[in-house]
Design a protein around this ligand. Structure first.
Ligand SMILES: [Fe+2]
Ligand SMILES: [Fe+2]
Length: 193
């Protein structure tokens, strides 16, 4: 699925469903971080008109997802907890290219975003297919489709702007790294946990 090397054990969905208050708070902050990441890319690349246009739409959509999650939290009588750290995303950030110039860092930032969208999409699929709560299952099915589109957008931009960089080779490295990284996760009630 989306090139991912390792699929999530469906039992992770049971862990998530057993602590909805926690998974929803964690999820809300994932959406906020996705919006912030799109905004950072816009700020750093104002001259790329198409990218600014598309990522503005993504930033808005991610904040709409944030809004949908906080509405579910309210409706179910939970409260939005403080921002959660995302260890998985921090590990991916460490894998990103630095010190190889602005262009390489930019392409890697797009691949970093595509990677997170791919795994988020996969996690939403696992939730959609395995949780018993019908309303939430439908919610996660909708988000799965949306994040798949974001994945495509980020990967296509990486390919478009790659110029002399071998983006396919680098994307392979990302998938290999992520496939090993995700082995340590899938045990907690976090979207990337
Ligand atoms: Fe989202
Ligand atoms: Fe997304």
């Amino acid at each position: 699925m989306l090139g991912l090397k390792l699929l999530t054990d469906p039992r992770w969905a049971n862990i998530a469903e057993a602590n909805l208050a926690e998974i929803l708070t964690d999820h809300a902050w994932c959406e906020q971080k996705a919006a912030s990441n799109a905004i950072t890319l816009i700020i750093n690349n104002p001259e790329k008109e198409e990218l600014v246009h598309e990522l503005t739409a993504i930033a808005i959509e991610e904040m709409q997802h944030f809004q949908m999650v906080i509405e579910i939290i309210k409706k179910r009588g939970y409260t939005l907890g403080p921002e959660r750290k995302d260890d998985y995303v921090n590990q991916l950030m460490k894998f990103s290219r630095k010190g190889e110039g602005r262009h390489a860092a930019f392409i890697d930032r797009l691949l970093f975003a595509a990677m997170i969208e791919a795994r988020s999409c996969e996690r939403f699929r696992v939730l959609f297919q395995n949780i018993r709560d019908k309303e939430l299952a439908e919610f996660y099915r909708e988000l799965m489709i949306s994040e798949a589109n974001h994945y495509t957008t980020f990967l296509n931009f990486a390919r478009k702007f790659a110029i002399d960089l071998d983006v396919e080779q680098r994307w392979k490295e990302w998938l290999e790294f992520e496939g090993k990284l995700i082995l340590s996760y899938g045990k907690t009630e976090k979207i990337h946990g």
